[in-house]
Design a protein around this ligand. Structure first.
Ligand code: ADP
Ligand code: ZN
Length: 734
C-alpha cells in the first residue's frame, strides 16, 4: 500500500490511493492516471516510466489520480527512475506557465527535460567507440556515423544520433555488427567555481546605493522584483555583479538571462575577471553532451552561476538565490512558437515560486515593466548618468528633406562629413541599419514586378555576397532570375533600397582607406565569429563597423566615438502600436555604443520625419518625454500596459478554411464586461510558410481573467484538423 502526501483534491474525485496522475513531456499531453504497483512507493515529483500505447515513456508523478477513468481500466506505472524527483517549485512553474499561456502542461514539461538522458546516473554511462572493421552491410546513415566516430572519441548512442543526424538505432546496429566497442564514460569534467569573495571595483555612490538594495534582498532570501534602470554605461552590470557575489556567498545559485547568448563574449570576460571563473552557459549552440552535463550540474548544485537564453528558465536549479534578466525590454525574450511565453515575465514567476529576488536591468524599460515599477509592484532603482568621466553622447538629427543623400546613395552630406572627421582623428565609427542583405526589394525595371517569396507575404531579399535571394521568414532561397517571370524582359531586375551590404559598398567607395567590417546575423555565424569580430574592433583593426541590430547589443568599444543611424524611421513604418517604443529602445541602445570611455561620443540620426515624437525626443536627448507621451497615448487608447491583450492566429493551407474559423470566432466573441474583440484581419504576415493567417485580438480590462475568457471562447468553436489556432497571451506585436 502506498502512502501519498497529496492534498485532498476535493470530493469529486473517486480515485483510490493506489493510483496517481502522471504528466508526460509530450506536446499535446495533459496528465494521465496510472495504477501504482504494490511494490512502488510514489510521491509527487517522482520520475517514472509509464506505458503509453505500445511504448514506455518517461513521466513525472503530478498528483493524485483525477479519477476520470475507472481504476479497473488503468494501466500500472512500469517503474520509478532512480533519479532526484522533480522539485516542487519547478512543477508549480510548469502548471503556472501552462495555465497562463493556455498550453498543454506536457508541452511545458518538455521544456524541463531537454536532454532526458541527463536523468541517467552520470557514472557508468555506456558509450561507443570505434573498434572493429566496418560492417558488411553499409548504408548512408551508417557511413555518416562511421565518419563521425573516426576521431576515436567515445559517444553515447543519443549523442551519435544527434551529431550524425541519424536514427537512434544506427549506433546500436553498428555495435552489434562489431564495429563499435562499448566503454564506460569517465566522470564528467567539473565546473569551474566562480567566487563571491573576490573584491569588485570601488563603486560610485549611485552604484553603491543600488547594489546595497539588491544585496539586502539576496541576503533576505525572499521574493522581490527590482527594475534596475540606468542609462547605457551607467554601470548596471557592476551593480548586479554585487548581488551575484552576495548570492554566491550565501551558497545559492544564480541565473542570469541574456537576450542573445551569441553576443556575450565581452560579458563573459568581465564575469570571469570579477569572479575568477566563467559561468556555465545554456544556449542553442551547446552539443547534447554539454547540455546533459550542464543540466546535471544545475540539478545537483555544482553549477553556481548560469547564463542562459530564455529556455534556461526551466532548468532544475537546486538552490536558486537570484535571477537577473539583463536587457529586460528585449523582444528576444518573447517566444512566439509553441508555448508562447515572455521569459522576462516567467522569470518573475519563477522567482516568486523559488522565493528569491529577481532583477530586471535595462536602459530602456518596457512600458509594462515601468508601469509595474510605478504602481509599486516592482522596486525601482535608477542610475541616470554614465559611470566615471564618460558622458552620454550628443544626438543630432539630420533632416533628409533638407540634406538628402545623392541618387542611389544612403549617406547624407552631414553624416559623411562626421565620418570623415572621426576617421581622420583615428577614432572608430559605426553605421547602423537594421536590414540584412543587399537590398530589401528587387523589382523588374521594365514592368515593376516585385520578387516575392512563394510561401510568405514578404519580399525576397537579395544577398549579393552569396548571390542568393532569400526570404527572411521561411528560409526560402533562390537565384536571381535571368528573365522577369511577368514581362519576360531580360536582365531587368534592379535592387531597391539599402541593406547593409549595399551600405558597405557605398562606404567603401567613399572611404577607400578605412578598414570596414560588416556585422549581421547572417554574415557572422555563431558566437565564435561574433567574439572574433568584437575582439578585432577592440584591437582597433577596424575603423568602420556596419551592422544590423546585433551591433546595438551590449558591446563596449572604448574608441568608438560616432554612431550613424542610417534610417531612424525604419521601425516606425507599419501599424504596430509598439513601433514607437521599440524604435526608442533600439536607437537608445545603438546610441549607447558611442563615447563609452574618455573620448566623447556623438550620434547622428538620419530621418525624414524629425518632428515624430520618438525621433524628436531622441534628438533632444530626452527619452523621458517620449515615454510620458507614449504612456498617455496607450492609456487613452486603452492599450497595454493599461489593458490586457490576447492574440489568436488562425492558420491553414487554404485561406478559406482559416477565414471560416476566424469568422466563427468573431461571431462567438466573448460578451463579458470589459472585453472587446477586433478582427479577424489578415495577420501581420498574412501568408507564412505557405499557411494563410488571420488574427483576432481580444482586449480586456486589467481585472479580467483573460485565460478563463479565452478558454471559454475557444471551446465554443469547432476547429477542423487542417486549421491551427495559436493563442498568444500578451503578444509582443499589437
Ligand atoms: P551598463 O551595464 O549600465 O551599460 P557597465 O556596467 O557596462 O554599464 O559599465 C560601463 C563601463 O564602466 C564598463 O567599462 C565598466 O567596466 C565601467 N565601470 C562601471 N562601474 C565601474 C566602477 N565602479 N569602477 C570602475 N569601472 C566601472
Ligand atoms: Zn518565405
Amino acid at each position: 500500500m502506498v502512502e501519498l502526501p497529496f492534498d485532498n483534491p476535493g470530493t469529486r474525485s473517486t480515485a483510490s490511493r493506489d493510483s496517481v496522475s502522471v504528466l508526460l513531456p509530450l506536446p499535446l499531453a495533459g496528465a494521465y492516471d496510472y495504477l501504482v504497483p504494490d511494490d512502488l512507493d510514489l510521491a509527487p515529483g517522482d520520475i517514472v516510466m509509464a506505458p503509453l500505447g505500445k511504448r514506455e515513456v518517461m513521466g513525472v508523478v503530478w498528483g493524485p489520480a483525477s479519477g476520470e477513468v475507472a481504476s479497473a481500466k488503468l494501466r500500472p506505472v512500469a517503474a520509478r527512475i532512480d533519479s532526484a524527483p522533480m522539485r516542487d517549485e519547478l512543477r508549480r512553474l510548469v502548471d503556472w506557465v501552462a495555465g497562463y499561456t493556455l498550453s498543454p502542461p506536457g508541452a511545458v514539461l518538455r521544456m524541463c527535460f531537454p536532454v532526458p538522458e541527463a536523468l541517467e546516473p552520470a557514472a557508468g554511462r555506456k558509450a561507443y567507440r570505434l573498434a572493429g572493421p566496418p560492417p558488411e552491410r553499409m548504408t548512408g546513415p551508417r557511413s555518416r556515423v562511421l565518419e563521425l566516430m573516426a576521431d576515436g572519441l567515445a559517444r553515447t548512442a543519443s549523442e551519435i544520433a544527434e551529431l550524425a543526424g541519424v536514427g537512434a538505432g544506427v549506433a546500436n546496429g553498428l555495435a552489434s555488427a562489431g564495429s563499435f566497442e562499448t566503454v564506460q564514460l569517465a566522470a564528467e569534467a567539473p565546473f569551474a567555481e566562480p567566487r563571491g569573495d573576490h573584491p569588485g571595483p570601488t563603486l560610485s555612490e549611485a552604484q553603491d546605493a543600488a547594489a546595497g538594495a539588491l544585496v539586502g534582498q539576496v541576503e533576505a532570501g525572499r521574493f522581490a522584483v527590482t527594475l534596475l534602470e540606468g542609462v547605457t554605461g551607467s554601470g548596471k552590470t557592476e551593480v548586479y555583479f554585487e548581488a551575484i557575489a552576495a548570492a554566491l556567498e550565501a551558497g545559492r545559485q544564480v541565473l542570469v538571462m541574456l537576450p542573445e547568448i551569441a553576443l556575450t563574449a565581452q560579458w563573459l570576460d568581465r564575469f570571469e575577471a570579477r569572479f575568477g571563473a566563467a559561468p556555465a552557459a545554456w544556449h542553442s549552440e551547446l552539443t547534447r553532451g554539454e547540455r546533459r552535463r550542464v543540466w546535471r550540474g544545475i540539478a545537483d548544485g555544482r553549477v553556481r552561476v548560469l547564463v542562459g537564453a530564455r529556455s534556461a528558465l526551466f532548468l532544475p536549479f537546486r538552490a536558486l538565490g537570484l535571477i537577473v534578466v539583463d536587457e529586460e525590454h528585449d523582444a528576444a525574450y518573447k517566444q512566439e512558437d509553441g508555448v508562447a511565453y515572455n521569459a522576462r515575465d516567467m522569470a518573475v514567476v519563477r522567482a516568486r515560486l523559488n522565493d528569491c529576488p529577481a532583477v530586471l536591468a535595462t536602459a530602456t524599460p518596457a512600458l509594462e515593466t515601468l508601469a509595474n515599477a510605478r504602481s509599486g509592484r516592482y522596486c525601482h532603482l535608477h542610475m541616470p548618468s554614465r559611470h566615471g568621466v564618460a558622458e552620454l553622447p550628443d544626438v543630432a538629427l539630420v533632416d533628409l528633406r533638407k540634406t538628402p543623400p545623392g541618387r542611389q546613395e544612403w549617406l547624407s552630406p552631414p553624416l559623411v562629413a562626421a565620418l570623415e572627421e572621426t576617421l581622420a582623428a583615428g577614432e572608430q565609427a559605426m553605421l547602423f541599419l537594421n536590414r540584412r542583405g543587399y537590398a530589401p526589394l528587387t523589382l523588374c525595371g521594365a514592368c515593376g514586378h516585385r520578387l516575392e517569396c512563394p510561401n510568405c507575404s514578404a519580399w525576397l531579399v537579395e544577398h549579393r555576397l552569396i548571390g542568393r535571394l532569400q526570404c527572411h521568414h521561411c528560409g526560402f532561397s533562390g537565384g536571381l532570375p535571368k528573365q522577369c517571370p511577368e514581362c519576360e524582359a531580360d536582365e531587368s531586375f534592379k535592387a531597391c533600397g539599402p541593406g547593409i551590404e549595399r551600405l558597405a559598398e557605398e562606404a567603401a567607395a567613399r572611404f577607400p582607406e578605412a578598414r570596414l567590417a560588416m556585422m549581421a546575423s547572417d554574415t557572422l555565424r555563431g558566437p565564435k565569429a561574433v567574439a572574433e569580430m568584437v575582439a578585432s574592433v577592440e584591437r582597433r583593426e577596424i575603423d568602420l563597423l556596419i551592422g544590423t541590430q546585433i551591433v546595438a547589443k551590449g558591446h563596449h568599444f572604448p574608441y568608438l566615438t560616432l554612431v550613424g543611424v542610417v534610417d531612424a524611421d525604419l521601425g516606425l513604418k507599419g501599424g504596430d502600436l509598439r513601433a514607437g517604443e521599440r524604435t526608442y529602445q533600439l536607437i537608445s541602445q545603438v546610441a549607447g555604443r558611442a563615447g563609452r570611455a574618455e573620448r566623447p561620443g556623438r550620434v547622428i540620426l538620419q530621418t525624414w520625419m524629425p518632428e515624430h515624437p520618438v525621433i524628436a525626443a531622441l534628438g533632444a536627448g530626452d527619452p523621458g518625454r517620449f515615454i510620458e507621451s507614449e504612456m498617455e497615448g496607450r492609456q487613452a487608447a486603452g492599450m497595454p500596459p493599461f489593458s490586457r491583450l490576447v492574440a489568436i492566429i488562425v492558420s491553414a493551407g487554404e485561406g478559406a478554411a482559416a477565414g471560416g474559423v476566424a469568422r466563427d470566432l468573431a461571431r462567438k466573441a466573448p460578451r463579458e464586461a470589459g472585453c472587446q474583440v477586433f478582427g479577424p484581419a489578415p495577420a501581420p504576415l498574412a501568408l507564412l510558410r505557405g499557411r494563410h493567417r488571420f488574427r483576432l485580438l481580444l482586449r480586456a480590462g486589467r481585472d479580467v481573467n483573460v485565460q478563463t475568457v479565452t478558454r471559454r471562447w475557444l471551446s465554443r468553436v469547432q476547429v477542423p484538423a487542417n486549421v491551427r489556432l495559436q493563442v498568444d497571451i500578451d503578444p509582443y506585436s499589437f
